[in-house]
Ligand binder design. Structure first.
Ligand code: NAP
Length: 312
């Protein structure tokens, strides 16, 4: 069997073209484009790339995107002050603070910053109030990555209700909300993590498997029930050619691409899983484009709610 490709790039393009009408309508009603403020602290190379991609996608969609850059030496209070200023800025509809924050800010810094963002502008959906609303099944601004996975599954015609879904990873931003969203769509859900006993046997019971751990090629064909649908959220930058050769084979186009660029981004799911699964999302070109699209959608939702707050 060769798995059907769950084409995140195509699904994201379709949703973005649907959003164009909302952008035009909101721009007319607001008298300005809907706006997204991104806060980037420090010089983390991956964060810079993520922010650049979000900025580009926002601009292409017709949003006004402003990136507020703070140095790695900034204090937590500097970030909190900036967030509070954006909260009361009438021209700012959505706020996103790129994580991770510099380690020097302390372990709880991200939580403190996320909770400082006005929930109605929290387009990442990480504020405790938005997490609570999601758990209760009345999300205001749901987190972008799991919402993107649901959009991918639904648009690709994958049935969720009545299935057994296994989520690997239990982070606050992916694994936990992912499990909750699948549960709310009537899947029976199991969450696996680093302390799960005989993880392979558990994963093998999944009709839908969503992996979000950040371990290249960790999910192997032996872990997958034949015909299961597999969604690969993991994205790990790899600079070791040996890993790429081991995963994709020495003659693969992926190795040739690695040789040109010196690095590549690899998912959690071993490519050979395509021989067992009925459908598989690629990395890149799977969940990533949907995550950014859901950020755009949340920004539009936040802008719309500010025009008509009473309706929510
Ligand atoms: P995270 O906060 O580091 O969490 C990783 C989770 O994986 C943890 O729950 C951890 O378990 C679990 N885990 C790690 N190694 C494991 C193992 N060997 N077996 C079982 N579970 C294991 O990561 P995250 O922020 O959720 O991100 C996960 C991956 O998704 C990363 O590769 C990230 O880059 C990617 N991602 C992609 C997108 C996208 O748009 N495509 C968006 C967000 C994240 P414990 O809790 O027990 O430690």
């Amino acid at each position: 069997m060769s798995a059907r490709r769950l084409d995140g790039t195509a699904v994201a393009a379709a949703i973005r073209s649907e959003l164009a009408a909302d952008v035009a309508e909101l721009t007319r009603r607001l008298g300005r484009p809907p706006s997204l403020s991104i806060v980037l602290v420090g010089d983390d190379p991956a964060s810079k790339v993520y922010v650049r991609n979000k900025e580009k996608a926002g601009a292409e969609a017709g949003l006004a995107v402003t990136v507020h850059r703070l140095p790695a030496t900034a204090a937590l209070d500097d970030v909190l002050s900036l967030v509070r200023a954006l909260n009361v800025d009438d021209r700012c509809d959505g706020i996103l603070v790129q994580s991770p924050l510099p380690p020097a800010m302390g372990k709880q810094a991200s939580e403190q910053v996320f909770d400082a963002i006005a929930p109605a502008k929290d387009v990442d959906g990480f504020h405790a109030e938005n997490v609570g609303r999601l758990v209760q099944g009345r999300p205001l601004l749901p987190p972008c990555t799991p919402t993107g996975v649901i959009a991918l599954l639904e648009r690709e015609g994958v049935r969720i209700a009545g299935t057994h879904a296994v989520v690997i990873g239990r982070s606050d931003i992916v694994g936990k909300p992912m499990a909750m969203m699948l549960l709310q769509r009537d899947a029976t859900v199991t969450i696996c993590h680093s302390k799960t006993k005989d993880l392979a046997a558990v994963v093998r019971t999944g009709d839908i498997v969503v992996s979000a751990i950040g371990r290249p090629g960790y999910v192997t064909p032996e872990m997958i029930k034949p015909g299961a649908v597999v969604v690969d959220v993991g994205t790990t930058p790899v600079e070791d050619r040996g890993i790429v050769v081991r995963l994709f084979g020495p003659e693969s186009p992926r190795v040739a691409s690695f040789d040109r660029r010196g690095s590549t981004v690899v998912g959690d799911v071993h490519p050979a899983v395509a021989e067992v699964a009925s459908a598989l999302s690629p990395v890149p070109g799977g969940v990533g484009p949907l995550t950014i699209t859901m950020l755009l959608r949340n920004t539009l939702e936040a802008a719309r709610a500010r025009l008509a707050p009473a309706g929510r």
